[in-house]
Design a protein around this ligand. Structure first.
Ligand code: 5AD
Ligand code: SF4
Length: 452
């Protein structure tokens, strides 16, 4: 049905001729934007270099934290000025922010120059909504309940050598701080055969690395007619023969021994694990509704490291959850010192309307939280610098993935464990595996020389 709308738009003389998609948030959104771009391309539009030169600008928004929402809205407002110069400009806003109850209406009221607003559930209906918007003078708004999985959508991939594959949608965990289950809906898994077919096609087109995406990949396959486990899916994908397989995100409560075993014996699954702990204190973990305690989490980490010694371990941490005391926060620091993560993504708690944590008492001030956050960052940087120092003089194998835009170290690459390595070399190395000797490092990257 959507293909028909695509054809209709192609034939419309005054349809936009170029698009620009602006993406906020996680990899899931980045991949959604690749699909939105794929549909726009099929409607006959070309990608514009920037928002000023596009006929249609689409904001794919995020609402996981307040600053993501503010940034998106700030940029939408700024486009109003661009429209004064280009009256043909169409503006669309979509994604998680719009999926929140009442948000689409609120946006259209406050931002009257927006032509099109739709939620994550309506993403695949972009052609239909676009046609409606082109045929009427009024703004088009569509926000439905999440329940479908649309297969066979066109994809305009950002990279040629690495690709995202969504394996499941939604989340059923209801961590008390998190808005995701409300805007991404209930957990739904794609059929294993569809995922494997997508991976085979990517392999045949020369893709070297795939990243499997889901809010909680460990519960992949539960609701399928013939239930399968994430470990079984990984095993099947390992046999496809793509050199590098990565995935995110894993919930610690569902990390099975079966999965660790499959990883340890696989040929292509990279020794990387993103295992968000969120907090180091049992009482806070309970109030977050995480379904594990510190000891159970540390047991998973121990198991992973025993089975896969080279594993690169990363995490997400929230500072300043409602009611967090200085003592409770110290448990997070202690946990991080104990685990010694390869990278940490740290966030100050942001109140999300409609979540249980939003109504929990919170005595700490913004300054208290900032102070704790700075302390955590300092601890993370210290570990990172120590780990990087251990690499100096060693030779590591990397996949070169792009340009840095800098003169001295012009290329960026990643080790199998997921560490960022900058190096100097010809652009033709992009997409290739090479050996690099590490010469120096700072808190966030390593620097190296090719072929030594
Ligand atoms: N405030 C701060 N951080 C949050 N995250 C999710 N919800 C919130 C919130 N309300 C963080 C979690 C999650 C990551 C993607 O974002 O750490 O793992
Ligand atoms: Fe949010 Fe928790 Fe689901 Fe992750 S597991 S998306 S933090 S509710």
């Amino acid at each position: 049905e959507q293909r028909q709308y695509i054809q209709q738009i192609r034939l419309m003389p005054d349809a936009p001729k170029s698009y620009h998609v602006v993406t906020y948030g996680c990899q899931m959104n980045a991949h959604d934007s690749e699909i939105l771009a794929g549909m726009l391309r099929d409607m006959g539009m070309e990608e514009a270099a920037d928002r000023e030169s596009a006929d249609f600008v689409l904001f794919n928004t995020c609402c996981v934290r307040d600053n993501a929402e503010r940034r998106a809205l700030g940029n939408v407002t700024w486009l109003k000025e661009v429209r004064k110069k280009n009256p043909r400009l169409m503006i669309g806003v979509c994604g998680c922010m719009i999926q929140q109850p009442g948000m689409a209406e609120k946006i259209l009221k406050q931002y009257r120059f927006v032509d099109l607003a739709f939620g994550t559930a309506n993403l695949y209906r972009l052609p239909e909504l676009m046609l409606k918007a082109l045929e009427s003078d009024r703004a088009v708004v569509e926000v439905e309940e999440q329940n479908t999985i649309a297969e066979g959508l066109p994809v305009q991939r950002l990279r040629h050598d690495a690709a995202y594959i969504t394996i499941m949608y939604g989340c059923d965990n209801y961590c008390t701080y998190c808005i995701v289950p409300y805007v991404r809906g209930r957990e739904r898994s794609r059929e294993m055969s569809a995922i494997v077919a997508e991976a085979e096609a990517l392999r045949d087109s020369g893709v070297k690395e795939i990243m499997l995406l889901g809010q909680n990949v460990n519960s992949y396959g539960k609701g399928l007619q013939t239930p399968v486990t994430f470990a079984q899916l990984l095993k099947a994908l390992d046999d496809v023969g793509i050199p590098r397989i990565r995935f995110m995100t894993s919930h610690p409560k569902d990390l099975s021994d079966e999965l660790i075993d499959v990883m340890a014996h696989s040929k292509h699954i990279l020794p990387q694990f993103h295992l968000p702990v969120q907090h180091g204190n049992d009482e806070i973990l309970r109030r977050m509704n995480r379904h594990y305690n510190r000891a159970q989490y540390l047991d998973r980490v121990r198991k992973l490291r025993e089975a896969i010694p080279a594993i690169g371990l990363t995490t997400d941490i929230i500072v300043g959850f409602p009611g967090e005391t200085d003592e409770e926060f110290e448990d997070t620091i202690k946990l991080c010192d104990e685990v010694r993560y390869d990278a940490m993504f740290t966030f100050i708690y942001s109140k999300r309307v409609g979540t249980p944590a939003a109504s929990m008492p919170d005595a700490a001030t913004r300054e208290d939280k900032q102070r704790r956050f700075d302390k955590l960052l300092e601890a993370a940087n210290r570990v990172s610098a120590e780990k990087h120092a251990e690499y100096i003089g060693k030779t590591v194998r990397v996949l070169v993935d792009g340009e840095t835009g800098k003169d001295e170290y012009n290329l960026s690459s990643r080790t199998n464990g997921g560490r960022l390595v900058h190096l100097a070399g010809d652009k033709s190395l992009i997409g290739q595996f090479i050996d690099v000797k590490i010469t120096s490092g700072n808190t966030w990257a390593l620097y190296g020389k090719v072929g030594e």
